[in-house]
Design a protein around this ligand. Structure first.
Ligand SMILES: *Cc1c(COP(=O)(O)O)cnc(C)c1O
Length: 452
């Protein structure tokens, strides 16, 4: 029995899979934040390159990956697919657990899969600098790496709590030549407004997005880039699921279950959309697809499916998605990459339509699963990824009870080498589980924008 299933470099996918082509009806379109009318490509041109706007709205099933992008991705792609034999043995489960390992990329997560593509299209359209936000620092470091490959400038607004907790991510960005600024900052109107109201705030992704969007919109040579949520980001991540499908086919297998953690939804989209496509087109009806989120930020399990802003200041288009309200600021849990009030419109639609389902877990049980994974499979995973592993462990334990030999595939979205202080707090028994903040969520949902 193989423990590692590998593809050759020239077997990396040549096209991304666009699941929008297989939806039974189109997504509800984004709306302009001020007029609440349909967003036009011209509205988006201020901050995005034309090709990404096209991809965002494209009905085309497959989109070619440019050769220059493939060349950079092959620095680490195709990524390995592992059979988690040692984890299976420890759990005494008849389930077969496979995982795609995205921690082999230079920044250590799935995020450069889209960062490289986005930097490329911006460079092609004459942009000189990209502004963005980052939570735990993975996206900022991925974009810093990607922009360095194309000689572009990069400004990263980093959520203040992570900036303090995770100095090494900031240093990585600087090594790759990017500028990293703690958010909220005094550089933008959005940042200054928040600081006046909440001088002690630990920041949030929503605030940092407002700052980066404002920076891009007010500088001619600068565009904005988002590391998750949007359709084109999910599209670029489908290389993960497309490769996994090939690799499973090499051992005559197909998953009964696909699992991923969800912050904005991109790594989960990457592993699951090629399988969701099989489900939507009726090629495979039975695959179960599970999104895993933190109980402290329960967007899919406790939020509502409606139009909301992507950022706290209400500068981004309104997206139809599951949301906890755009000014919901989640507790400073260690899975910084999962602290977002909204979710990908595509993932949200699938959860709403019952094509996928969602579960939520607390920090301590999640770190316990991560420790078990490290002690069996060896890899010290990111706290975000650990949410997926916790769900995998639970499903494998159910199989132990029922005797089912389910094939479970999950996305191991990244390593946790810069999250060791969080592991330290867990090992010392000092990690807090945050109660689902019912009152806070009710308050922020009361401030949702009105859309007719
Ligand atoms: C950013 C990140 C996530 C969460 O973001 P998604 O867009 O939901 O994938 C998950 N895992 C890792 C390792 C990350 O860096």
């Amino acid at each position: 029995m193989q423990s590692k299933i590998l593809l050759e470099e020239d077997e990396m996918p040549k096209r991304w899979y666009n699941v929008q082509a297989d939806l039974p009806s189109p997504l509800d379109p984004p709306l302009h934040p001020a007029t609440k009318k349909l967003v036009t490509p011209d509205d988006l041109r201020v901050i995005f390159p034309m090709e990404l706007i096209r991809q965002e709205m494209s009905p085309q099933r497959y989109i070619d990956i440019p050769e220059e992008v493939r060349e950079i991705l092959t620095l680490w792609r195709p990524s390995p697919l592992y059979r988690a034999k040692r984890l299976e043995k420890a759990l005494k489960t008849p389930a077969k657990i496979y995982y795609k390992y995205e921690g082999v990329s230079p920044p250590g997560s799935h995020k450069p899969n889209t960062a490289v593509a986005q930097a490329y299209y911006n460079m092609k359209e004459g942009i000189e600098r990209i502004a963005t936000e980052t939570g735990a620092g993975q996206w900022g470091s991925a974009l810093a790496f990607a922009t360095s490959q194309f000689g572009l400038g990069c400004t990263v607004y980093m959520v203040r709590s992570s900036y303090a907790q995770k100095p090494y991510r900031k240093i990585m960005m600087q090594v790759w030549g990017a500028e990293c600024i703690p958010s909220p900052s005094t550089k933008t109107n959005a940042g200054r407004t928040i600081l006046e109201k909440y001088p002690e705030t630990s920041g949030s992704l929503g605030i940092a997005i407002s700052e980066a969007v404002e920076d891009a919109a007010t500088h001619e040579n600068t565009n904005y880039s988002l590391g998750s949520v949007l359709n084109h980001v999910c599209l670029h991540q489908t290389v993960v699921g497309l490769e996994a499908k090939e690799q499973l086919a090499m051992v005559d297998s197909y998953p009964d279950m696909v699992i991923g953690c969800v912050g904005g939804g991109s790594n989960f989209a990457g592993i699951s959309f090629p399988f969701a496509g099989d489900k939507l087109t009726g090629r495979r009806k039975d695959v179960e697809i599970v999104a895993v989120e933190p109980a402290a930020c329960p967007t899919l399990t406790k939020g509502i499916y409606t139009y909301d802003y992507g950022d706290v200041a209400g500068l981004t288009p309104l997206l139809k998605m599951y949301t906890l309200g755009h000014d919901f600021i989640p507790a400073a849990i260690h899975a910084g990459g999962l602290r977002y009030h909204g979710d990908s419109p595509l993932v949200s639609r699938f959860v709403h339509d019952g094509v996928m389902r969602a579960v939520a877990y607390n920090q301590n049980e999640v770190f316990e699963a991560a420790k078990l994974f490290a002690q069996t499979e060896g890899i010290i995973i990111a706290p975000e990824t650990a949410h997926a592993v916790k769900a995998v462990v639970d499903e494998a334990m159910k199989c132990r009870q029922t005797g089912e030999e389910k094939v479970i595939l999950f996305n191991n979205s990244g390593h946790g080498h810069f999250d060791l202080s969080a592991y330290d707090i867990y090992l010392q028994g000092r990690l807090e589980d945050y109660e689902y903040p019912t009152d806070l969520i009710r308050d922020s949902l009361a401030r949702l924008p009105k859309v007719s």
